[in-house]
Design a binder for this molecule. Structure first.
Ligand code: FES
Length: 116
């Protein structure tokens, strides 16, 4: 079996309401993951793109978060309604969805103004 062309990680972390940082999957469900998975399969990407639920990606204040490798394209505030555009444009077309990308000033930045 050839290696995957892309690997997608969708944060599925759940924290209690009183936690100091927010979580990407407040209700423990991942409609985004399910929708991406189904649309990728429908697009014929089943053996070429792997879409996994992940633990916390440490970008919690911008969630729901997901990241696409090998390009390391990070998407912030993503929801299930965005899945079709991500699959069509990025996973099939190879064009990242710019409107959903987290800004460089916020990705992995301890001094991000949004960070708790
Ligand atoms: S809980 Fe999703 S990035 Fe931290």
């Amino acid at each position: 079996m050839p290696a995957f062309e892309r690997h997608v990680f969708v944060c599925h972390n759940v924290r209690p309401a009183e936690a100091p940082r927010p979580s990407c999957s407040g209700d423990g469900k991942s409609e985004l993951h399910a929708r991406l998975n189904q649309l990728a399969k429908d697009a014929g990407l089943g053996g070429r793109v792997r879409i996994n639920k992940s633990g916390c990606l440490d970008q919690c204040e911008h969630g729901p978060m997901m990241v696409v490798y090998p390009e390391a394209v990070w998407y912030a505030n993503v929801n299930a309604a965005d899945a079709e555009e991500i699959v069509r444009e990025h996973l099939v077309g190879g064009r990242p969805v710019e409107r959903l990308r987290i800004s460089d000033a916020c990705l992995n930045a301890k001094d991000c103004p949004h960070r708790s």
